[in-house]
Write a protein that binds this ligand. Structure first.
Ligand code: AOF
Ligand code: ZN
Length: 368
């Protein structure tokens, strides 16, 4: 069997951590001896054992002389857990096949060096693109300090998101809405605007039973809910405060009469930052990066989504398109006042598929 075969299995294991490892990356490990998988492991949760530790435990004595497939460079630092590179050496692993380097400055090549110094043969870059994609958020945060920004939008066939009155329930069907629940569940933070809170009063929570995801009970987590409320318009009676999970209000200037909340349900914090009379979105993303957010999901109306796009802060658009016409009085997808063709903002297709009766289009910005 070739290296890609076992690495594909390690990636499959890593994906089991899609909804639970943050702020850590999703990592899988497979230990192979004489063509037989003798150990498997994946990282479940920050603070818990790394993938390699689970796999070595699973392999026991069979790890001696075996090959380890790791989707991320084994760590070289003592964090919440002991260095995995050391663990692989001590277990007598003879060869390591890696997919990506760990851009964490604490690791960043040192893990592979440690293995090579111990005369372990190391081959890098096996299924690298797939492994990078699985942890696009972690990778971006480690390299730039910013989270991966995904903007979710739902539109009609004629590119409309709501009637002129703001009424929008429902354009897309239940399958698309379940899909959005899964996007929320994998995100570290969900960002919305005061307009959406005032209009739709959403809870912004992950409802595990709606996701169709099977996860051990203790691994479920609620993303941080971020409300961008530059003018301090939302009130303490908004539904999101009554639901479990932390909330961050991002404003231009913190109100003299801030909202308070029964913290049994979760923390409520304020953050302020202003740029050109608006909440400073770039600085907010930096703040979320510092808080360990790998992936954030923007679920907002046309104005805020348009502001993220106009500022060039979007890494991925997820556009659900429903086969219905809302007509020319209805609201447009994004507030983005452009006048000439040279101002157009181009994207490329990353993926397209049908979800229930709707289409889900995934787009990435064309980088100039
Ligand atoms: C690995 N295997 O399965 C994971 C790694 O706080 P700690 O001790 O959990 O360390 C977190 C860092 O370790 C994280 O930022 C990333 O660089 C690396 N994650 N490394 O060898 C794993 N999850
Ligand atoms: Zn480790």
């Amino acid at each position: 069997m070739n290296h890609e075969y076992y690495m594909a299995r390690a990636l499959q294991l890593a994906k089991l951590g899609l909804y639970s490892t943050s702020p850590n990356p999703r990592v899988g490990c497979v230990i192979v001896r004489e063509g037989v998988i003798v150990g498997e492991g994946w990282h479940k949760k920050a603070g818990g054992p790394h993938a390699e530790v689970h796999a070595l435990q699973d392999a026991g004595d069979m790890a001696k002389g075996a090959t380890a497939y790791v989707t991320l460079e084994p760590c070289a630092h003592t964090g919440r857990t002991a260095p995995c590179a050391q663990g692989l050496i001590e277990a007598g692993i003879a060869e390591v096949i890696g997919a990506t380097r760990d851009p964490n400055p604490l690791v960043s090549g040192r893990g592979y060096d440690m293995l090579r110094d111990a005369d372990i043969e190391v081959t890098e870059h096996c299924l690298q693109a797939e492994a990078e994609a699985l942890n696009a958020g972690f990778m971006k945060r480690m390299r730039t300090g910013l989270p991966w920004v995904r903007v979710k939008l739902a539109q009609s066939l004629d590119g409309r998101t709501a009637m002129a009155s703001g009424e929008s329930q429902w354009i897309t069907g239940p399958a698309a809405r379940r899909d959005v629940q899964r996007l929320r569940a994998r995100s570290c933070a969900v960002i919305t605007g005061a307009d959406s809170i005032l209009l739709d009063n959403p809870a912004m929570t992950v409802r595990p039973e709606e996701t169709g995801i099977e996860l051990e009970e203790h691994l479920w987590r609620q993303p941080l809910r971020v409300v961008i409320d530059g003018r301090n318009r939302i009130g303490g009676d908004a539904k999101l405060f009554a639901q479990k999970g932390d909330v961050l209000i991002a404003t231009r200037k913190i109100s003299a009469d801030p909202i308070t909340r029964d913290e049994k349900l979760g923390k409520l914090a304020y953050w302020s930052g202003e740029s050109k009379g608006k909440v400073d979105l770039y600085a907010l993303l930096q703040e979320l990066g510092e808080r360990g957010c790998n992936e954030v999901l923007v679920e907002s109306g046309a104005a805020l989504a348009g502001a993220f796009v106009a500022a060039g802060l979007v890494d991925e658009l997820i556009l659900y398109c429903a086969p219905t016409l809302l007509g020319s009085n209805a609201r447009p997808l994004l507030s983005l006042p452009l006048d000439s063709m040279k101002e157009q903002i181009r994207w490329h297709w990353q993926d397209s598929r049908q979800v229930g009766d709707d289409l889900r289009l995934t787009l990435r910005p064309v980088k100039l």
